[in-house]
Design a protein around this ligand. Structure first.
Ligand code: AMP
Ligand code: MG
Length: 707
């Protein structure tokens, strides 16, 4: 019982075309995980299914198509309707009787009225719009009198949340879904012939395409956890169910424990009563609601003294989880935000085949022999935004401009510079390659393809792509709120304010706030507090209420005056990390009321380097764009240095005009001017290294840290 592709259809019986909530959604997982698509009509939906079945079959892949409408009716209905027993008799009858137009207009209410009339007293169907007066189709279920069939199918006893198949209108309108769905799927079944089987009415062992009834509410809590990442719940349902079925052990899901007679007549919901098996299959994607951080999440294993940079980063990467809150934004306002869900092209780019040049267009078949060629020109022209209305016959050519869609009959364009023309003709030399100077529809991106993946931070170019693909809105995460707090008795908080001899101005806070802003986060200024535990605690409380993460600077070592560490030690959950790196060493990782606090060193140079090496990737992960590693370039050194083993070093550096990395004259951690002088960092490995000019070293430009 194996399927290579799982396709899930959330059906709709709507009478008009529609998208979004309560319209048709199709999800697919297995071999190809495709983002959910949202056809506006049932006709379009069936076209998509035909295409996907064809694609799977040409690759020799077995397909399971799950659809969320009842495949059968309670006992006795098939016989009463068709004179034959078994659900497939109903399928054939409905295929012949349901009229369902390309615009979704359909006769379901009139047909149910007819069926009721045919069945006489105690007929089953009910529910219709009040304005639709049909003598045999009551508006309410209780107006039916005593009913001749069971109200519910056997399978519905396993899943009490289901709606009865007789109800055609309002909540669920499952009856309408069944009438329209069965008719459409019966037609598809007939087209597919022997390779198709409908479960549980037919033997599915040898089938290449199997239809089965599904019920997405089986996974309602899994869906609820992720639905914010999708355009609507229906989209989430089809994706979650498809992924679950693609990963679940399928054989037990097809076991019903029901008698063959009941199954043949009423059908069954795949996995009914077995939701726990279904949920087994669903992997733990990063999309699920993240767990709360554990109190000891930053703790290093016992006995670790100096932590290598890589180990500290790994610890941090494991401990932090992305923000869960998402919102839907118009594309024009989404720049800089993290995509919370994959974005699917609604339209191909180019949408239609068009011309890449100004010239003359014709069918390649028109050219006989080696050339030169002369073709008569049809009157009129094709320009961007002004399509040519007529048809260009074989042996004819038409004037065409760049970006014009290719008129009917045309597949090739010759460049105007290569042509001679008069009022009626165009002449040019050969050879000419078929389709030259044209752009194929979808050659850039095809409709339905994933254009940008979840986690992408939207760049200006991405907005162009989204707009070109017909996308108006995207689901993004809200900006990460990053609070910045400075500590220390010696600090003067206000820039430019008078300072006494023993005081210094707060350099770290403006720097860190601006870094957060450049990274696309929402900075929260917590100001400055003196080295007083109560005041620091009160300010951290504010940070925990107003931000997702807090960056402090100063007081992070384990010394007497290091109040931040001390406070976090006693009242938060602190892991003070002594990191084997220069500059920077002490780094405090803590939770304050569940909010991560990154305690940076006080020295501005060390605070800056630690913010780049730890803050940038860690905050990026929290923001939903994933742990970011800066791109390093190997370049020859313009300096000499004997580097000791046992710690990683970061030197303020920049590139010389001849492509060497030079470093700032002083390595002193207080030399703030060196940060302004530098354009990046040279990273020297943990091991010893004797650097001489010309030796390759790693240069990390500030730009690759998102600055
Ligand atoms: P600490 O980590 O508190 O021991 O501070 C180390 C050094 O950084 C000391 O010289 C502090 O005065 C200095 N420092 C601490 N915070 C800041 C700040 N916000 N701006 C500039 N220098 C600071
Ligand atoms: Mg201090």
């Amino acid at each position: 019982m194996n399927f290579d592709e799982i396709i899930i259809v959330d059906w709709s019986a709507a009478s008009k075309p529609g998208r979004g909530k309560d319209s048709i959604w199709i999800g697919q997982a297995g071999g190809s995980r495709l983002a959910p698509v949202n056809p506006a009509t049932r006709t379009e939906a069936m076209e998509i299914l035909r295409d996907r079945i064809a694609a799977a079959r040409s690759a020799g892949r077995k397909v399971l198509i799950g659809a969320d409408f009842p495949f059968g009716y309670p006992k006795g209905f098939a016989e009463a309707l068709t004179g034959k027993s078994g659900a497939l008799a109903v399928w054939e009858w409905l295929e012949a009787s349901v009229e369902d137009g390309a615009d979704n207009a359909n006769n379901r209410f009139a047909l149910a009225d007819q069926i009721n009339q045919k069945m006489g007293k105690n007929a089953p169907f009910w529910g219709r719009p009040r304005s639709l007066r049909l003598a045999h189709l009551p508006e309410r279920g209780r107006d039916r009198g005593e009913m001749r069939f069971a109200e519910r199918r056997r399978v519905e006893a396993h899943e009490p949340g289901t709606q009865p198949v007789w109800k055609l209108y309002t909540t669920g309108s499952v009856g309408s879904q069944a009438l329209t769905g069965i008719a459409r799927f019966a037609k598809l079944r007939a087209e597919l012939g022997a390779i198709c089987a409908v479960w549980p009415f037919e033997n599915i062992e040898a089938a290449e395409v199997v239809f089965a009834e599904v019920w997405p509410s089986l996974m309602r809590s899994e869906v609820k956890a992720v639905e914010g990442l999708y355009p609507c719940r229906d989209a989430a349902q089809v994706d979650v169910l498809a992924r679950a079925l693609a990963a679940a052990p399928l054989a037990p899901l097809f076991e019903t424990g029901e008698s063959p007679e009941v199954l043949a007549e009423e059908g069954w919901i795949l996995a009914a009563g077995k939701a726990e098996l279904l949920c087994l299959g669903i992997e733990e994607p990063s999309m699920l609601t993240p767990p709360r951080l554990r109190n000891d999440c930053f703790a290093m294993p016992q006995g670790v003294e100096w932590i290598p940079v890589d180990a500290a980063q790994e610890r941090l990467r494991m401990a932090l989880v992305p923000l869960a809150t998402t919102e839907v934004l118009p594309v024009a306002q989404a720049g800089g935000r993290a995509l919370a869900a994959d974005v699917v092209a609604r339209r191909s780019n180019p949408a239609r085949a068009n011309s890449a040049v100004d010239g003359y267009a014709f069918a390649k078949n028109s050219l006989l022999g080696e050339g030169p060629y002369t073709l008569p020109l049809v009157s009129g022209r094709a320009a961007a935004g002004q399509p040519f209305a007529g048809v260009v016959g074989i042996g004819q050519a038409v004037r065409i401009l760049t970006g014009a869609i290719l008129p009917e009959g045309v597949d090739t364009v010759v460049l105007e510079e290569d042509c001679a023309i008069d009022a009626r003709r165009v002449a040019f030399d050969g050879p000419i390659k078929a389709r030259i100077n044209t752009r194929k529809a979808g050659e850039d991106v095809a409709e339905g393809e994933i254009a940008l993946s979840a986690g992408r931070r939207l760049a200006p170019s991405d907005l162009a792509l989204l707009a070109a693909l017909g996308i108006g809105e995207v689901v993004v995460r809200r900006p990460l709120r990053v609070a910045v707090l400075s500590t220390g008795d010696e600090i003067v908080a206000e820039a430019g304010a008078p300072a006494l001899a023993h005081q210094i101005h707060d350099a770290n806070r403006p720097m860190l706030l601006e870094m957060a802003r450049r990274w696309g986060f929402a900075p929260v200024d917590l100001g400055h507090v003196v080295d007083d535990p109560e005041q620091i605690a009160a300010r951290l409380d504010v940070g925990a209420r107003t931000a997702d993460v807090v960056l402090t600077s100063g007081g992070a070592s384990a010394g007497d005056e290091d109040h931040v560490s001390h406070l976090l030690q006693t009242r938060g959950q602190l892991s003070s990390w002594r990191i084997a790196m220069k500059p920077g060493r002490p780094l405090a990782m803590a939770l304050w009321q569940g909010v991560p606090v990154l305690g940076l060193p006080g020295n501005p140079v060390a605070a800056f380097v630690c913010a780049l090496i730890f803050g940038y990737p860690a905050l990026s992960k929290m923001a939903g764009v994933g742990w970011r590693k800066p791109q390093a370039f190997m370049v020859p050194a313009a300096f000499s240095k004997q580097k000791k083993a046992g710690r990683r070093e970061y030197l303020r550096a920049r590139m010389t005009h001849d492509g060497h990395a030079e470093v700032f004259a002083s390595e002193g951690s207080g030399r703030i001017s060196g940060l302004s002088w530098a354009e990046g960092l040279v990273e020297l490995p943990d091991d010893a290294m004797d650097i001489v000019p010309g030796m390759p070293v790693h240069f990390l430009p500030f730009g690759s840290f998102g600055l």
